[in-house]
Write a protein that binds this ligand. Structure first.
Ligand SMILES: C[S@@+](CC[C@H](N)C(=O)[O-])C[C@H]1O[C@@H](n2cnc3c(N)ncnc32)[C@H](O)[C@@H]1O
Ligand code: SF4
Length: 407
């Protein structure tokens, strides 16, 4: 089983708070799509023929691509990889890019899951965040998505905003529950280094944020999601039973995935690879690699050519520098740390039996030892062979994970 992530690095403009890799212009869209198609072909063996069960278009703003462009990418992915009959296909969409016609087009292509970046149903919050849409359009595109035939819809909301308060956050949640959508991702506003909002706050030009607001809103969120029958399956994710994001779950379960596009990460079970977060370099490198590969194939048709051989200079070193792609071979200790960090965030928890079976007794014993003081402090709980974060530690998962880390 495997997943494919496609990063679309364009936005209409940069939202104040955002730290994701994207550029506020679509000038390079055609060049990017050419390079992306080359990357798809060059990396056709990455998943070693494993069945692709999820495809995820993330960003940036994937809904800035036309229906034909998304269709072309899906077609090529289907032709290149072993994609199962009815994969989960998710597309992240910004409300200001959506129309009824566009949504119908997506549905027609087989996109069956939408993740819509609503952020808030209130104009004062949206203005503070620097969003392009307004509260009216936020609701309108949910109506359209339903009418267009989407039943697997998720929305993103951001809490802990200084423009909001407990009452307004409750009203945001009222609107979400009224739509009876199967999935919600809700994030505490974080100040990313060098983001526009961070600078504005530093210069006293935007309201500062405070941790108490985020903690208050998170309590409200967890309580109300429970009352409304949602499963809290990851720190920031809530769903109707069985409606969790299959694609994101593959990250938490260590399923291999191929990440395409600038800044996208890939994982093959033991090593991580990531494309450089630089669109120009990405386009240049994949075009050059594709040319080089064709030349090599022409001059030496019998030679087996691995993907990394296509890059110039050749990258067979452990950690590849000076190219578009970086590779990091994970040591068993790093694999253990990753497992702890990812699984602690979820309601599946850390499975000691799995650790013992897959990684050896050295790791399961270490984890058990490190967990004891955390259990005594009430930061971790144990049920049979599983460790879980306690409810009041959900927003402090990283700190708890660090105590369990090997390195
Ligand atoms: C990949 S991003 C953006 C997807 C899409 N372009 C959009 O804006 O709707 C996914 C989500 O991360 C959340 N996010 C991004 N930066 C954040 C920040 N600094 N603090 C909290 N949430 C953030 C937002 O809710 C956003 O919708
Ligand atoms: S939040 Fe979404 S739309 Fe805004 S800059 Fe980030 S990726 Fe682009």
């Amino acid at each position: 089983m495997a997943g494919i992530y496609v990063h679309i690095p364009f936005c209409k403009s940069k939202c104040g708070y955002c730290g994701f890799y994207s550029i506020p212009s679509i000038k390079l869209k055609d060049r990017f799509l050419e390079a992306l198609k080359k990357e798809i072909i060059l990396r056709k063996d990455y998943l070693k023929g494993q069945a692709v069960v999820t495809i995820y278009f993330g960003g940036g703003t994937p809904s800035l691509l036309t229906i034909e462009e998304i269709g072309g990418l899906l077609h090529l992915i289907n032709d290149t990889f072993h994609v199962i009959e009815n994969p989960e296909i998710t597309l992240e969409a910004n409300p200001d890019t959506l129309t009824m016609e566009y949504l119908k087009g997506l549905r027609h292509l087989g996109v069956n899951r939408l993740s819509i970046g609503i952020q808030s149903f209130f104009d004062n919050d949206l203005k503070y965040l620097g969003r392009k849409h307004d509260a009216h359009h936020a609701q309108q595109c949910l109506d359209w998505a339903k009418l267009a035939g989407f039943d697997n819809i998720s929305i993103d909301l951001i809490y802990g905003l200084p423009t909001s308060n407990a009452e307004q956050w409750n009203r945001n949640l009222d609107i979400f529950f009224a739509y009876n959508l199967p999935h919600l991702s809700a994030y505490a506003l974080t100040l990313e280094p060098n983001s526009i909002l961070t600078k504005q706050i530093e210069q006293g030009r935007a309201l500062p944020i405070n941790e108490e607001d985020a903690l208050r809103d998170y309590d409200i969120l967890c309580q109300r999601a429970k009352e409304n029958g949602y499963l809290h399956y990851e720190i920031s994710n809530f769903c109707h039973r069985g409606m969790h994001s299959k694609h994101n779950a593959s990250y938490w379960f260590g399923t291999p995935y191929l990440g395409l596009g600038p800044s996208a990460h890939s994982f093959d079970g033991t090593s991580r690879q990531w494309n450089m977060a630089n669109l120009e370099q990405y386009c240049e490198a994949y075009s050059a690699a594709s040319r080089h590969c064709e030349e090599e194939r022409r001059s030496n048709p019998d030679k087996e050519l691995r993907y990394l051989d296509c890059f110039v200079p050749r990258n067979d070193a452990k950690r590849v520098k000076d190219s578009v792609l970086e590779v990091e071979q994970l040591t068993p200790e790093q694999q253990y740390d990753e497992y702890v960090m990812l699984r602690l965030r979820t309601h599946w928890g850390i499975d000691l039996k799995w650790l013992k079976r897959e990684m050896g007794e050295r790791f399961s014993t270490y984890c058990e030892q490190q967990a004891q003081p955390l259990i005594a402090q009430g930061r971790l709980s144990q049920t049979r062979e599983f460790f879980y974060l306690t409810d009041n530690q959900m927003l402090f998962a990283d700190g708890v994970a660090e105590e369990l880390f090997w390195e």
